[in-house]
Design a protein. Structure first.
Length: 243
């Protein structure tokens, strides 16, 4: 996971009184919500989610309305910013085996007690793993996306990726877009350009070396794709870093 796209804001425990009810409000950030005690309800537009002890949810930026049941409620909350398309619904329940969820709750508890980026990144990685493996209709598609993320230097072919997934190319393209809101080709390009930024920032490589490392034989094609994704040429991007 590219942690540079995720920014920790704060973590805290919330203790709510019996029958607490909030007006509808809009939240701009993402939240990890772990229910420790009591029951509550989150309503997003016309969808109501019932939360019980042991549940862990990712809540995306969205309008929401909260109502807690008669008993007191204890919630652990972590706020952070993330890419808009990290989850595609207003909320995402984190599903896993009990020992996996217990381990995640332990990480969240440690993060509440002593906030630090390392623990936050561990929690994100673990949640991402559980969401990918348990919460998708197309785990093969997410495995392909993971393969692309982990190997941005390779020269990918959509037809070969489709074969690797076991789907026909037409079906692969359709469900990939359904899962990531991008075509496979656009996703590959986005991952490569993110890695290009990393190489420019941290490895001090020339534009030609970055293009070569990402399997571009034509530096002009690399520059064109970089600009289409990042909004400026790699040369201008490098110049801005030195300002």
């Amino acid at each position: 996971m590219d942690h540079s796209k995720f920014h920790y804001i704060l973590s805290k425990n919330l203790l709510s009184l019996k029958g607490f009810e909030s007006p509808e409000y809009f939240v701009e950030d993402y939240r990890i919500v772990a229910i420790r005690k009591g029951h509550g309800f989150y309503t997003f537009d016309n969808t109501t989610v019932s939360m019980k002890p042991g549940d862990i949810y990712i809540l995306g930026p969205h309008k929401r309305y909260i109502k807690f049941a008669k008993k007191n409620v204890h919630i652990s909350l972590i706020k952070f910013s993330a890419p808009e398309d990290w989850i595609k619904k207003p909320y995402q329940r984190v599903i896993g085996e009990q020992q996996e969820l217990d381990f995640l709750l332990h990480i969240i508890s440690e993060l509440i007690n002593a906030p630090q980026d390392v623990l936050f990144n561990i929690a994100l990685d673990y949640i991402d793993k559980l969401i990918t493996s348990k919460n998708t209709r197309y785990p093969k598609i997410h495995n392909i996306a993971k393969h692309i993320k982990e190997n941005p230097h390779l020269n990918f072919s959509v037809s070969n990726l489709a074969k690797k997934s076991g789907y026909s190319e037409t079906h692969f393209r359709r469900v990939f877009r359904e899962e990531f809101n991008l075509s496979p080709k656009a996703y590959i390009k986005s991952i490569k350009m993110d890695y290009a930024i990393y190489l420019i920032k941290h490895e001090n490589l020339s534009i030609k070396a970055v293009a070569y490392h990402l399997s571009y034989n034509d530096i002009h094609e690399f520059s064109k794709q970089f600009k289409s994704v990042k909004g400026l040429s790699p040369k201008k991007y490098m110049n801005n870093l030195t300002l």
